[in-house]
Every structure is written in C-alpha cells, then in structure tokens.
Write a protein that binds this ligand. Structure first.
Ligand code: 1GP
Length: 255
C-alpha cells in the first residue's frame, strides 16, 4: 500500500459527469424495494437519465438486504451503485462505492468520526470505494435530524451552512451534501444553496423534500451540483413529477 492519493472509478465518473452539468441521483430504500424491485426502479430511473443509484434511507438495513439490492441493481444498470450508509452493518461488497460521510453537525461523535473508525477497515476489506463527503443536516432535518442527534442548521443561517461546507472542503472532503431530511415539507432553501455554492469549489449535493420540477429548477439555478430524490419514487413511482425533475436536470445540462 503506497501513500499516494488515488481517485476511484466512481469518483472519476462523478467528475466526468459533473463536468457536463448538474446530475440527478435516485435514492432507493432496499427495505421498501428489495432485490429485483430495486433493480426495476433503477432501470427506469437510468432510462430517464438519472446518473447514480444510491441505496439506503431507512434504519437497520441488513448487509444481506443491501447486498441483494446492490447485486440486482448492478446487473440492471451501468451507472454506479453507491451505498448511503447508516453504519458498518449496512455495508455490502456488491455495491461500487459508499458515501464515506461525516455528519458534520451531529452532537454524537459516533456519527462525526467514531463509527468511521470501525467502518473504514470493513470498507477496505469489501473493496468499496469510499467517497469522502461532509453531510450537513438543515432544518427541519426530519428523521435523520432526530436519529442523528443533529444541531440542525436553521433555514436562514446561510453563514453557518457556508462555514460547515468550507470546513468540509478544508478537511479534504470532496463533496458536501445539504440535507433537509427525507420527506421534508420543503427542500433546502435556495439562498442557502447559493451561499454554499459561492463558498466552496467542491460539488454541492442537495436532497430532502424535492418533489416538483419547479423546485428542482430553482435549486439548480441556485447552484446545486446534484439533486437527490427518494420519497417521490416511493410514493409515485417514476411518474410525471419524477420525470419533471429529470427534465430540469437535462435542461440544466443543456440537452
Ligand atoms: C434523503 O435527501 C434524500 O436522504 C432524499 O429525500 O426522500 O425527501 O426525496 P426525499
């Protein structure tokens, strides 16, 4: 093992794809859509232009359930299959990569760094590509805000959000994720996305509560590099709302 810094295949793909404009990430919960059902959703999502399949999203996904979903999705689509982890227990070697993320504004050190110390050897043994990411939970934060024991960033605290994001960049994290919480009544405020976009040069991922093409459009105009949607496909499948969001991403990419 050398000390040289290397960028893995998934991160290279993200870099290449982001060079063409903002991207869309589809979050699938393998507990709600196990195995082949996850693969069906993923196939449809990628056909509509989604760029990454993210697996995770509820509590207590077992390695087995994650592994089966990752294997099915990988067989169905060519885009990267990435784990959105809750801890070492939900990691599975069938995926391509894991968001190796610190919950920056948690009061619980386990979620900031301690769990990572336990998970890192597992990630290496599974040969999962770790994607270094700062994860910042914004009001209301929903379930992740509670379970994550988060001091949520207030919706008008633009400086606070920008400070966290810049700290993440200075710490060497290569992505920052602004999370309003899955199922949030409204996404992260657009002025906050702009404030963070102006503060950092790393890609800004935005998720939580994105349900309409209009919301997607304003977040993209504000400078979001990637939009993550999860609930909308669980509630409505790959219907008109999902398609409208994808259409906005396509438009922002100039196609
Ligand atoms: C959750 O940001 C993601 O972590 C997606 O949120 O389920 O509200 O789309 P939604």
């Amino acid at each position: 093992m050398t000390g040289s810094h290397s960028v893995g295949k998934v991160e290279q793909y993200l870099g290449r794809t982001l060079a063409g404009g903002p991207i869309h990430i589809t979050l699938i919960d393998p507990d709600k859509s196990p195995g082949d059902r996850a693969a069906d959703v993923a196939r449809g999502a990628v056909d509509l232009g989604s760029h990454v399949i993210l697996l995770g999203g509820s509590t207590g996904i077992s390695r087995d359930v994650m592994g089966r979903a990752a294997a099915s999705v990988k067989a169905a689509v060519k885009v990267p299959v990435v784990i959105f982890p809750e801890g070492p227990g939900s990691l599975a070697p069938e995926a391509d990569a894991v968001l190796f993320m610190s919950l920056l504004n948690s009061r619980n050190l386990d979620l900031v760094i301690r769990t990572h110390a336990r998970a890192a050897p597992v990630v290496r043994a599974m040969r999962l590509e770790p994607i270094p990411m700062g994860y910042l939970v914004v009001e209301p934060g929903m379930r992740v805000g509670e379970v994550g024991q988060v001091d949520v960033v207030a919706r008008d605290d633009l400086e606070g959000a920008a400070g966290y994001a810049l700290a993440a960049q200075f710490l060497g994290m290569r992505f920052v994720y602004l999370e309003a919480g899955s199922g949030a009544p409204a996404p992260v405020p657009t002025p906050m996305v702009t404030a963070v976009r102006e503060a950092v040069h790393i890609p800004v991922i935005v998720g939580g509560g994105i349900r309409t093409g209009a919301e997607a459009r304003t977040l993209l105009a504000a400078g979001a590099s990637a939009l993550v949607t999860g609930t909308i496909t669980e509630e409505q499948g790959l219907g008109p709302a999902y398609r409208a969001i994808l259409a906005e991403v396509r438009r922002a990419r100039g196609r």
